[in-house]
Design a protein around this ligand. Structure first.
Ligand SMILES: NC(=O)c1ccc[n+]([C@@H]2O[C@H](COP(=O)([O-])OP(=O)(O)OC[C@H]3O[C@@H](n4cnc5c(N)ncnc54)[C@H](OP(=O)(O)O)[C@@H]3O)[C@@H](O)[C@H]2O)c1
Length: 272
């Protein structure tokens, strides 16, 4: 793993970026890409033609026409659970020329393997995970983590131009393998989402006497709920390291409960 020095802003090239899956997260990314002067087009299961028109983005309901639209980069932003189905239904023969395919899924081994299985061999592949979202990145992306692996890159110039989008915004650029990412993300992001969902199941609410710690928990619940349940499920189903982390959580909960009950019994004996 290495943190690289931000590249110069001036050498950035304007890219034609096609977005597959125009949901919450890609709409969030698109705003910054437009601000930087890139030209965007999108396709999605849902008809986003009005929203896209408002944002100055060409929307294609016809996927073949989208693929034929001279994209330098095709950014895959579908849910983790729909990735395989979405990719396998795309008519790649409609591609005008080889493109750089970039995915932004929150699980990386699965995304890498699926992209390599499905995409034409002459397409380049860059796997990425911006470790932030519309909530944590609402005031800018400075110092937020951006993980990536150059999985199959021959056109270095296009790949660097794409990475520069995040460098320019001040992200911490972290080059690491998809496997290393999944192992670390299971121990950090998956735990965060699971605790957040847990607090949501408990329906925790702010009280008039909140401590700072509890305020943080209420905020965690809110942030977690702003993501789809599909996203959370994908973090578990398609990250092989998440299974063990869920077991670790269960084990830790039982261990802690046991310690408390034992201490409670000891206290009662002393006071009898
Ligand atoms: N939210 C974040 O903070 C964040 C951060 C980093 C990475 N990511 C990744 O970014 C991707 C998008 O995340 P998200 O937050 O926007 O929510 P999401 O629920 O993970 O994905 C929503 C997107 O998936 C598409 N989709 C879902 N089911 C589909 C199906 N059966 N067929 C075709 N398309 C389908 C939706 O299309 P329609 O909108 O057309 O229905 C929408 O574009 C995910 O892979 C996620 O892991 C998210």
């Amino acid at each position: 793993m290495s943190a690289s020095v931000p590249a110069s802003v001036s050498s950035s090239r304007s890219l034609k970026i096609g977005i597959v899956g125009f949901g919450t997260f890609s709409q969030f990314l698109a705003k910054t890409m437009i601000k930087q002067g890139h030209s965007l087009r999108a396709t999605s299961r849902t008809d986003y033609s009005q929203l896209c028109a408002d944002m100055g983005i060409a929307f294609f309901s016809d996927v073949a026409a989208f693929l034929g639209a001279d994209n330098d980069v095709i950014m895959i932003c579908t849910s983790i659970l729909s990735l395989s189905q979405v990719l396998r239904s795309m008519p790649f023969t409609a591609l005008k020329q080889p493109a750089l395919f970039v995915d932004v899924l929150s699980v990386k081994e699965y995304a890498r393997d699926t992209l390599l299985q499905v995409l034409p061999e002459d397409s380049d592949v860059l796997c990425t995970h911006p470790m932030f979202g519309p909530e944590s990145g609402k005031h800018g992306w400075r110092d937020l983590n951006f993980m990536y692996e150059r999985v199959r890159v021959r056109d270095e110039e296009t790949c660097s131009s794409f990475l520069k989008i995040f460098e320019i915004e001040g992200c911490r650029m972290l080059e690491m393998s998809c496997t290393e990412h999944d192992e670390l993300a299971a121990k950090s992001q998956f735990i965060t989402h699971t605790i957040g969902r847990f607090l949501s199941e408990m329906d925790i609410e702010s009280t008039p006497i909140d401590t700072k710690g509890f305020e943080a928990l209420v905020q965690l619940r809110k942030n977690t709920e702003s993501n789809s349940f599909d996203l959370f499920s994908g973090l578990y189903i398609h990250n092989r390291f998440a299974k063990q982390e869920l077991k670790n959580l269960e084990f830790a909960f039982e261990k802690l409960k046991h310690k408390l009950l034992k201490r409670n019994d000891e206290e009662q004996e002393v006071n009898q």
